[in-house]
Design a protein around this ligand. Structure first.
Ligand code: ADP
Length: 626
């Protein structure tokens, strides 16, 4: 029988496992049990509607056997099983994203302790076993197969005898070596300890024959009780799902461990929310607000949703309907006896009860975030740095229908200081004569603070919100106002700031200067105006209309074919000596005045962070003037 090769990705991971010097090798058992439990979930779900399965909820179990003499540890389940294709696909390749990520991390770092942070899956068996056999039969298939591998040199798949569906995994435990005790994984006490530690909440019984020394029944009351060794099958896990246990009986560590195991997360959750509701719909929920963005969060791999259980039976892995898009980072479970077990996805979408649960959970999450912002600012700020973008997307999506719900959770950088600020804090700081909430967009707080058009606002002592993410301006445009104060871009013509009246005598010469520049630049600009907002700088470029420069940059980066272009308005500071010099040249040396116009235009582009049309031409003009 020819050996098949592992996919190269898997091979590398396997090598890491086989040669692992990791001290917590024990986690292999958790991984195998969790796979077994998932496989049972699948068959248990089918059994709800398919009598042919012939098993009811109570019949599902995971059986562990330790054969010390032959050094074989067996993990057996009566779940869905695998066919030949599944074996090839699932055990020949890195299946889980956790394993893949683990492999990537391992290649970057020498810190092997990171292993505990990942669901490393089936291959972790090779940390303790020199050979692994997987006997399996898929529900509904006639043939059973055995998959065998001794590690990185490949695996074989053969037919075998197995009557009932399910999977038996045999681990041929490695011999003990210097500093390495593998025999402990064949000791019943060690195994039962590991199950308590890692797999207690598994909802199917994990059973093992336990041999204990007991007092003989008939000598119980005598002065000299006699002992005998009895072997009995025991259920080692308590099976009560963590969300069913009263909050006071569960430690933070247990909640965190569940989060890590169940959701392949490795951060410390920023908040853990438990809730138990009795009413129109009765349910319990356990939710986690992560503190770090999952590595796949912005990929299509990331699945939004909560796990939905009906009286302890998993009916949906990712019930998307339970979470609004703007809280898609939340992880957790909802368990309700009120949901029918064989509810289909289509029915769920319109399910009234589900909508009720979803809307209560949304409120709950929102309140939790609001209280975090109020009472634990530091944690909230770091949460917001990770997920703020998602909340802003929430504001701009669905025609702004969530804006009232989310606006108080927003934070921005501003000219008021280094720290993030909320909109309500901004309004509290507003000066009495201040009409608007000002904002400006740019790449960084530093670059925005230096924008010429920000100068007038800042010099009047007004604060500016810094829009440094591409979504920020859309967010403010969607909000329109906050606490009755309108948002105003510093690019706007009307900043609501009183300026000294322009000298009327000059209007004619100003007009002709503006027209001259306009003609010199042609349709590269849509307007040339005398600026009301420039103080010390000669020029700036502002965007007319609803598309800003930041939007232009963003769309051209993500969608170059969109050809999105903001209308360019060149603003001149008519009081600036350089601009005055140009005005003087008009009529006497038009060629030179044109060069000035060119330079102003290009400077304005540079300040706005926009590409200039002809860099070497610009350099030549500057040199010629110099
Ligand atoms: P993960 O469980 O994270 O997807 P694993 O490497 O642990 O990754 O397992 C790979 C796949 O192999 C699983 O997704 C599952 O489809 C299959 N598998 C593993 N163990 C079992 C089992 N006991 N019964 C049925 N399928 C299994």
């Amino acid at each position: 029988m020819a050996k098949k090769q592992f996919k190269s990705e898997s091979k590398r991971l396997l090598d890491l496992m086989i040669n692992s010097i990791y001290t917590h090798k024990e986690i292999f058992l958790r991984e195998l049990i969790s796979n077994a439990s998932d496989a049972i979930d699948k068959l248990c779900f089918i059994s709800l509607t398919d009598d042919k399965v012939g098993l009811s909820r109570e019949d599902f179990k995971i059986q562990i056997t330790a054969d010390k003499d032959n050094r074989v540890l067996t993990v057996e389940d009566n779940g869905i099983g695998m066919d030949k294709d599944d074996l090839d696909k699932n055990l020949g390749t890195i299946a889980s994203s956790g394993s893949y990520r683990f492999k990537q991390e391992m290649e970057k770092t020498d810190d092997v302790d990171i292993i505990g942070q990942f669901g490393v899956g089936f291959y972790s068996a090779f940390m303790v076993a020199e050979k692994v056999e997987v006997y399996t039969k898929k529900y509904g298939c006639d043939t059973a197969y055995v998959w065998t591998s001794e590690g990185a040199d490949g695996y074989t798949i053969k037919e075998c005898d197995k009557s009932a569906p399910g999977t038996v995994i045999k681990l041929y435990i490695k011999p003990d070596a210097e500093n390495e005790n593998y025999s402990e994984f064949l000791e019943q006490y060690r195994i039962s300890e590991l199950i308590k530690k890692y797999s207690d909440y598994i909802r199917y019984p994990i059973m093992m024959d336990m041999t204990r020394s007991k007092v003989k029944e008939d000598t119980k009351d005598s002065d000299k009780p006699e002992y005998e060794t009895v072997t009995e099958t025991e259920t080692l896990n308590s099976m009560v799902p963590i969300w069913q246990r009263p909050k006071k009986d569960v430690t933070d560590e247990e909640y965190e461990k569940f989060y890590h195991d169940k959701f392949m997360a490795f951060d410390k959750p920023a908040r853990i929310i438990t809730t138990s509701v009795e009413g129109v719909v009765t349910y319990k929920a356990l939710l986690y607000i992560p503190s770090k963005t999952p590595f796949d969060y912005y990929t299509k791999e990331y699945k939004k949703g909560l796990q939905l259980y009906s009286s302890g039976v998993l009916i949906m892995e990712n019930c998307e309907e339970l979470l609004p898009e703007h809280f898609r980072f939340v992880k957790g479970v909802v368990d309700s006896q009120d949901f029918s077990l064989n509810i289909s996805r289509e029915v769920l979408q319109h399910d009234h009860q589900l909508k009720t649960v979803a809307s209560t959970l949304e409120k709950k999450i929102k309140n939790e975030l609001a209280s975090m912002l109020k009472k634990d600012r530091e944690t909230y700020e770091s949460f917001f740095t990770e997920f703020g973008r998602q909340l802003k997307y929430g504001i701009v999506s669905d025609y702004g229908m969530h804006k009232d719900n989310l606006k108080d959770l927003l934070m921005f950088y501003s000219s008021a200081g280094e720290k993030l600020t909320t909109l309500s804090e901004y309004v509290d700081r507003m000066r009495e004569d201040q009409k608007y909430i000002y904002f400006a967009a740019g790449e960084s707080a530093q670059s925005i603070s230096k924008l010429p058009q920000a100068e007038m606002v800042l010099s009047n002592g007004y604060e500016i919100l810094y829009c440094t993410q591409e979504i920020d301006e859309f967010t403010l445009q969607t909000l329109q106002n906050y606490s009755d104060k309108e948002f105003k871009s510093v690019d706007s013509d009307d900043l609501g700031i009183e300026t000294e009246a322009q000298n009327d005598e000059n209007t004619e010469s100003v007009d002709s200067a503006l027209k001259f520049v306009r003609d010199a630049l042609g349709d590269r600009v849509s307007e040339v105006i005398a600026s009301k907002k420039l103080v010390s700088h000669p020029v700036c470029m502002t965007a007319k209309g609803s598309i800003s420069f930041e939007m232009e940059k963003y769309f051209n980066a993500v969608q170059p074919e969109s050809g999105m272009k903001a209308e360019r308005c060149l603003e001149l500071n008519m009081n600036h000596p350089a601009v005055q010099k140009m005005s003087e040249l008009i009529g006497t040396d038009d060629e030179k005045a044109k060069k000035y116009a060119e330079i102003f235009y290009n400077q304005a582009l540079l300040i706005a962070g926009l590409p200039i049309d002809d860099p070497s031409g610009y350099a030549d003009i500057v040199s010629s003037i110099m």
